[in-house]
Design a protein around this ligand. Structure first.
Ligand SMILES: [Zn+2]
Length: 390
């Protein structure tokens, strides 16, 4: 009797004990049914020597910083562009990890940038990767790739990324070199990530599915992109040493659970604090400003206000001897507006703060729930008035 049950039991036990899944690093779980990146490369190159031999190993590329943009020139060849694009297409077909896409797309961009005929090389890539419309223009004009990774990039997603790139000052948008659409299986250590990038200067960002991961919330998708962009700006050195030192001082002085952090995720590390703060500023500066002032005015601390000062300094530029910054607002349906606002030095309780000039801020949107009684710009001016009385 029940030989079937016994057999099933024995079989389950066998699978449980001998399962190869338990002993391998997580990324292999998903990679085992298709060839390794190395095999794909060998296949595409048909035994021909691969020119880019200096590339960091897959594992190195996850944690080491620097040098990504300068690896190629003498190692890659413009004649290999087709082959590298074929590797990318094979990875896309099989749904490889984000880190594999990063390495190959980085090679492609490095070869293009080092080639004598950059426009011709860009055009080759554009045809091979099947870029069209505005994504093609963005690549041809600015050298930024918006492409599908292990999941197809939807028109909505690429539109939101282009809008975000559009509102950045050009030095910031040009720090980003590629944006790859992924689902949660594209991330190595764990699945649950809304977006990710690496601690290197590749300027490559992976972003998780708008419909599934972000529940079709366009504001949240944009916020993720802004967050990852902040990491890129730190790793490429656009955010300078003084600004990072200030970030560190503020991180050290911040107390968890007190309102010193803009979000709970910001409490996890100094890098995440900067990325969250940058993303929130760039999503809704006025909301951030009002919140920071109220925090200060209620006698809590000026840390959030100093974090606002830090981000407005990252956006600072000078025109005709006068300093300006940008402020931003994003709507739920993913429209982003940018305004330039003069910077002004406020003396508050004998300390100086360089902040966006509150008298230049006008706001027509909805005040957040906790301050719905008044428009936000009124709150900012009112709070500043109280603060400046001493
Ligand atoms: Zn982050």
């Amino acid at each position: 009797m029940n030989r079937k049950i016994i057999l099933t039991f024995t079989l389950s036990l066998f699978i449980l004990v001998f399962s190869p899944l338990s002993s391998l690093p997580p990324y292999r779980l998903l990679s085992q049914d298709f060839p390794s990146l190395k095999d794909v490369e060998d296949e595409v190159f048909h035994g021909k020597e691969m020119k880019i031999r200096e590339r960091k190993s897959r594992e190195d590329s996850v944690s080491k910083r620097g040098d990504y943009r300068s690896i190629t020139p003498e190692h890659g060849d413009v004649n290999d562009l087709d082959s590298y694009c074929d590797i990318y297409l094979t990875m896309k077909k099989h749904g490889y990890k984000g880190v594999d896409f990063k390495m190959v797309l980085n090679d492609i961009m490095n070869i293009v940038e080092a080639s004598e005929d950059i426009d011709g090389s860009k055009s080759t890539v554009s045809i091979k990767l099947n870029l069209s419309g505005q994504n093609r223009n963005l690549w041809m004009e600015k050298g930024i790739l918006i492409v599908s990774g292990n999941k197809q990039m939807t028109p909505d997603e690429s539109e939101l990324i282009r809008r975000s790139l559009d509102v950045f000052p050009s030095e910031i948008s040009s720090s980003v070199r590629a944006v790859i659409s992924m689902d949660e299986k594209g991330y190595d250590p764990k699945g649950e990530q809304s977006g990710w990038t690496w601690e290197d200067d590749s300027g490559i960002i992976c972003i998780n599915d708008l419909d599934k991961y972000h529940n079709k919330n366009k504001e949240s998708y944009i916020n993720t992109f802004m967050h990852e962009t902040a990491h890129v700006l730190e790793h490429t050195g656009f955010i300078n040493k003084q600004q990072l030192a200030k970030r560190d001082r503020l991180w050290d002085a911040s107390e968890k659970g007190t309102g010193d952090f803009i979000s709970s995720y910001a409490e996890t590390s100094r890098k995440e604090d900067l990325a969250e703060t940058f993303a929130r500023y760039t999503s809704d500066t006025i909301d951030f400003y009002a919140r920071a002032l109220m925090q200060f005015n209620e006698g809590k601390s000026d840390i959030l206000l100093k974090k606002l000062e830090l981000i407005s300094d990252i956006y600072k530029y000078t025109r005709e001897g006068k300093e300006y910054t940008y402020i931003y607002d994003t709507t739920h349906d993913g429209k982003i507006t940018k305004k330039e606002i003069p910077l002004k030095t406020y003396k508050i309780q004998s300390k100086e703060y360089v902040l966006p000039d509150a008298s230049s801020i006008t706001y027509t949107g909805q005040a957040p729930v906790f301050m719905r009684r008044l428009p936000k710009e009124v709150i900012i001016n009112k709070e500043l008035e109280i603060l400046q009385k001493d």
